[in-house]
Design a protein around this ligand. Structure first.
Ligand SMILES: Cc1cn([C@H]2C[C@H](O)[C@@H](COP(=O)(O)OP(=O)(O)O[C@H]3O[C@H](C)C(=O)[C@H](O)[C@H]3O)O2)c(=O)[nH]c1=O
Length: 188
């Protein structure tokens, strides 16, 4: 087992901890193995790798999700810098609908977060020049790319940055609040 897998308070969201093999040259790490995820009951087929660079601390991306049939599971890691990563349950009918979990994901901690289908995903950078790499289980589809307002007070997310200081895309400034969200993921 090269990757330890543990659940957050909403158990569908997982934290992964790959082993790092250090030596005098530096380190080697198996950052993803299908085998370790399958051993944790996670049978996912990733079809796309993404890389997001954010120059400034306080850069907010999200809260985003793609709707079916282009819904995505996401496996996120940070190879430089650090983020506060947030996953909001948007599965209508779920006992934790509208609730969230968060975790600091960083190059130093060498940890990862798995955000499954049915969750809106977002992050804020905690350091400048932060690089986020993530695998997704479906291709990008702009028509199915939806979102949630990052600082919707109904979500109660304790972001480490205020609206005045957050660096956001114009799209993310205009995302709907949870109360305005249509049913995207009926929970069965
Ligand atoms: C997501 C995506 C974007 N793009 C293009 C579309 C735009 O021209 C440009 C930036 O897209 P966007 O502003 O949506 O990127 P982020 O704000 O980083 O969005 C991501 O941020 C949060 C953290 C997420 O969870 C999603 O993975 C993703 O939505 O990249 C692509 O070509 N392919 C893609 O898969």
């Amino acid at each position: 087992m090269s990757i330890l897998v543990e659940s957050l308070a909403i158990p569908e969201v997982k934290i992964l901890r790959p082993k790092k093999h250090g030596d005098a040259r530096g380190f080697f790490s198996e950052t993803y193995t299908e085998r370790d995820l399958a051993a944790a009951g996670l049978t996912l087929t990733f079809v796309q790798d993404n890389h997001a660079f954010s120059a400034e601390k306080g850069t907010v991306r999200g809260l985003h999700f793609q709707t079916p049939p282009f819904a995505q599971d996401k496996l996120i890691r940070v190879v430089r810098g650090a983020i506060l990563d947030v996953a909001v349950d948007v599965r209508t009918g779920s006992a934790t609908y509208g609730q969230h979990v968060s975790a600091v994901i960083s190059a130093e901690a060498w940890n990862q977060i798995l955000v499954p289908i049915g969750f809106a995903h977002g992050l804020v950078t905690l350091e400048p020049n932060t690089e986020v790499l993530y695998k997704v289980t479906n291709y990008y589809s702009p028509e199915h790319d939806k979102g949630l307002l990052w600082n919707d007070p109904d979500l109660g997310i304790d972001w480490p940055i205020g609206e005045a200081d957050a660096i956001l895309s114009e799209k993310d400034k205009r995302q709907p609040r949870l109360a305005e969200l249509p049913v995207c993921f009926p929970y069965v």
